[in-house]
Design a protein around this ligand. Structure first.
Ligand code: SF4
Ligand code: ZN
Length: 271
């Protein structure tokens, strides 16, 4: 597969990005985000990179170093968000808190990443925030949400999120229909200096079980799972309603009176 050609086609088909927009790519240092950053830069979208330093031991240090070198070589502006600084806690306190509440690092990480990336992208007046989610990630999401008995969790899944005034910066996923193995082949062929090992916290997650279970599934099947789900998204949105609240503490979009991030931070500070 010529993924550069495919991505160009998807950007045009789904009207994902426009030249001249302020585009940020959420950079983890893994193959997906590095590949999409590289390709968008090559296609002339002048993206900037936004990276959260998760401080997950040696792996985070290596990701940071790799991305500094990569962005320098490709002439891409790189911005860092310091996880500990933004959460106003050091990692020891965070780990104690997670143990006490019987929560995983992934729960805290997932909620924080979403909040931090949106806040920083907004502060930097971004038009679009690009993420590296690929076809396999999206298929896993559909299956996981279904198996958890809550398909509404996928209500906002799409190659591009809706534009809501005052809401989240529009999220764009140009790899939405690109199989993971194609991204991996591309990044290996390009010789990107990146870590292919997953995050050490990822090993025991439900997602990994689903991923193993999906092992022999063809890419065509994955495309049909994801596109069939896309067909029911408008119905789910209509049923659920799209009333947007704003968090009473931070002012960011929220489902309840306060957002999950602020709830977690206030628990963390009190603990
Ligand atoms: Fe964060 Fe968990 Fe992903 Fe690691 S696996 S980056 S802890 S969400
Ligand atoms: Zn909040």
């Amino acid at each position: 597969m010529d993924i550069e050609k495919e991505i160009k086609k998807y950007i045009e088909k789904y009207k994902l990005l426009e030249k001249g927009e302020k585009i940020f790519v959420a950079l983890s240092g893994g193959k997906d985000s590095v590949t999409i950053l590289y390709i968008l830069n090559k296609l002339g979208y002048n993206p900037e990179a936004l990276m959260i330093d998760l401080k997950i031991g040696g792996q985070s240090k290596q990701h940071k170093k790799n991305m500094e070198e990569f962005c320098k070589k490709e002439n891409i502006p790189l911005h860092f968000i310091d996880f500990e600084k933004e959460l106003k806690c050091n990692l020891n306190d965070i780990d104690k808190f997670l143990k006490k509440k019987n929560l995983t690092r992934c729960t805290l990480c997932g909620v924080s990443k979403r909040w931090l990336l949106n806040k920083f992208a907004k502060d930097m007046r971004a038009d679009k925030l690009v993420t590296g989610h690929n076809l396999d990630d999206e298929t896993q999401n559909v299956l996981m949400n279904f198996l958890k008995g809550n398909v509404y969790l996928g209500i906002n899944s799409a190659p591009i999120s809706e534009k809501v005034p005052g809401g989240f910066v529009q999220r764009v996923k140009p790899l939405f229909y690109i199989p993971e193995k194609e991204v991996k082949n591309y990044s290996k062929k390009k010789g990107f200096k990146i870590i292919y090992e997953p995050c050490p916290y990822a090993r025991q997650t439900y997602r990994i079980n689903i991923r193993e279970w999906m092992g022999a599934m063809s890419d065509d099947k994955k495309v049909s799972i994801v596109s069939n789900f896309q067909k029911i998204v408008p119905t789910l949105q209509k049923r659920k309603g799209t009333n947007l609240n704003f968090c009473a503490v931070c002012g960011e979009p929220s489902v309840g009176r306060t957002c999950k991030f602020c709830d977690m931070i206030s628990d963390l500070v009190e603990s």
